[in-house]
Design a protein around this ligand. Structure first.
Ligand SMILES: [Zn+2]
Ligand SMILES: [Zn+2]
Ligand SMILES: [Zn+2]
Length: 173
């Protein structure tokens, strides 16, 4: 279970408890798949999370009008290590991505990682989360590497976000 469950999340985003505004900015860490060629990003990738994982990764909810933090956690969004967020936001990814598959030398690899994302609430249409870092940018963390040409895989050790020893809790969804 995340720090926020669905019910608490919905209550928290209803409105700012300080100024009453309905437009809030939600900061989360969610799963994104990106394909790379020779160690460079081929595309911007795509989200692979579901709604429960979106809520599970939330670490901050801020009022856009008055900047009040409606919710703020300093724990790692993945393993909940206390203070772990400081090792995640704006920090480089730790799992090295090779230019070529070490096994079959293919140039294309598929990465799954955690991208920081923001979304605004209180708008007429439900907007989709916007990634604020992609593979290669600080703050994006590679969790899993898969070769497109063979069965080579590599996994981040410990927590893929903060590199803490874990244990990794089960995520919802
Ligand atoms: Zn406010
Ligand atoms: Zn962690
Ligand atoms: Zn391969």
């Amino acid at each position: 279970m995340g720090n926020l469950d669905e019910k608490t999340f919905e209550t928290t985003i209803a409105h700012c408890t300080k100024c009453g505004a309905k437009a809030l900015e939600v900061f989360t860490y969610i799963d994104r798949q990106i394909s790379v060629m020779l160690g460079e990003r081929n595309d911007d990738g795509r989200w692979t999370h579901d709604g429960e994982k979106f809520i599970d990764g939330v670490y901050r909810i801020k009022c856009i009008a008055c900047s009040h933090d409606q919710y703020a956690s300093h724990d790692c969004p993945r393993c909940h290590r206390a203070g772990g967020l400081a090792d995640v936001v704006g920090k480089p990814s730790r799992l090295a991505v090779p230019k070529r598959c070490p096994s079959c030398k293919a140039t294309e690899l598929t990465l799954t990682g955690f991208a920081p994302a923001t979304v605004r609430t209180g708008e007429a249409h439900k907007p989709s989360p916007r990634p604020t870092a992609l593979f290669g940018d600080p703050g994006f963390h590679v969790a899993h590497i898969m070769c497109d040409g063979c069965d080579y895989v590599a996994l981040a050790e410990g927590c893929p976000l903060c590199a803490g020893p874990g244990p990794l809790r089960t995520r919802p969804g």
